[in-house]
Write a protein that binds this ligand. Structure first.
Ligand code: TYM
Length: 329
């Protein structure tokens, strides 16, 4: 069976973008692949986090994974910091990662603009930790949204670089970006990615938002001039809403356009909002139930960490041998 690995940072509240771009696809892929899904708390701390919030967000994200039908019996669900091999492999990969290539990454440049007071080493090292996540499990496919493409490319480069220097060790993974949901845009600025770290709360819909707030957010969503409900380049706002609607109703965008033919923007937005509210209701109820059962979550995390650690330790030992570390003591 081929291996897939992916993860989400427990920062802020997960958005429709995280769901439509990632989790939704993972849920169907887990039946076909040997699947590993991680809550990447070590990535989260590259930007300053409130410790109590971080812990709460980590549990909440795990509960969301399970509520979205990621099945702990089929897939390995775990928290990154529970498997020390991620940090250990990062150290090794750091020795073949160049400061130049890391400082040129889009995300590093963006985040150092945004967090000028805290351009820390880990922020720049972020892609190397991510490469370790992926390479430790001999991952074949990495299902992510469009914004992660550059990170997977550097991961592939590091794998090839290591293999050519020390001999075949890592599987060089492929990125898997499903066209549907690959990029969900901000409701406030529909040419930018919907992001959970947006300062404007009306720019994103969180998976945990109450129905009234979801409706309010969609009502306020920026639309375009004209009145026709059609997907096109010069209508990024309408196109984004049509996409979201289509993903939740399993329609094609063409079918959705037809469905809304003749309707005004106002009516359209309300129907999109109601559709999202209804789709999220059962997920939110289940998420709340699971998040209330800490004992269960701890059990899942223990089992997940055990499974992941066993696989990761094997790869790490192979790596240590290749680079000349003494392993048999
Ligand atoms: P993160 O936490 O920013 O996002 C998690 C996943 O959600 C996708 N995503 C989106 N997809 C479509 N539209 C959007 N607006 C949108 N916003 C987010 C992201 O593409 C991602 O798939 N670096 C990663 C986490 C990570 C990881 C990994 C992923 C750490 N290690 C190993 C894969 C493999 C990140 O920051 O994701």
């Amino acid at each position: 069976k081929k291996v897939i690995f992916s993860g989400i940072q427990p920062t802020g509240k997960p958005t429709l973008g995280n769901y439509l771009g990632a989790i939704k696809h993972w849920t169907s892929m887990q039946n076909e692949y040997d699947s590993i899904f991680c809550v990447v708390d070590m990535h989260a701390i590259t930007v300053q986090q409130d410790p109590a919030e971080l812990m709460k967000n980590t549990f909440n994200l795990l509960a969301l994974y399970i509520a979205c039908r990621l099945d702990p019996d089929k897939s390995t669900l775990f928290v990154q910091s529970h498997v020390p091999a991620h940090a250990e492999l990062t150290w090794v990969l750091n020795t073949i990662s160049y400061v130049g290539e890391l400082s040129r990454m889009h995300q590093f440049k963006g985040k150092s603009q945004k967090h000028k007071e805290n351009i820390n080493m880990a922020l720049m090292d972020y892609p190397v930790l991510m490469a370790s996540d992926i390479l430790l499990y001999k991952t074949n496919l990495v299902p992510v949204g469009q914004d992660q493409k550059q990170h997977i490319e550097i991961c592939r480069n590091l794998a090839e670089r290591f293999n050519s220097r020390y001999g075949q060790t890592f599987v060089v993974p492929e990125v898997y970006i499903n066209k549907l949901g690959a990029k969900i845009y901000s409701l406030a600025n529909p040419t930018e990615k919907m992001s959970k770290s947006d300062e404007n709360e009306f720019a994103f819909v969180s998976m945990f938002d109450e129905p009234e707030l979801i409706v309010k957010k969609f009502k306020r969503a920026v639309t375009d001039s004209g009145s026709e409900i059609a997907a096109s380049k010069d209508k990024p706002g309408i196109t984004n809403l049509l996409n979201i609607y289509s993903l939740f109703t399993n329609r094609t965008v063409k079918e959705s356009e037809k469905h809304f033919a003749g309707a005004g923007y106002g009516k359209f937005k309300v129907e999109v909002a109601d559709t999202v509210v209804e789709a999220l209701k059962p997920i939110q109820a289940e998420q709340k139930r699971i998040a209330g059962d800490v004992a269960y979550m701890i059990k899942v995390l223990k089992e997940g960490a055990q499974k992941a650690s066993a696989a990761a330790a094997k790869t790490l030992e192979e790596v240590y041998k290749k680079i000349g570390f003494i392993t048999d003591v």
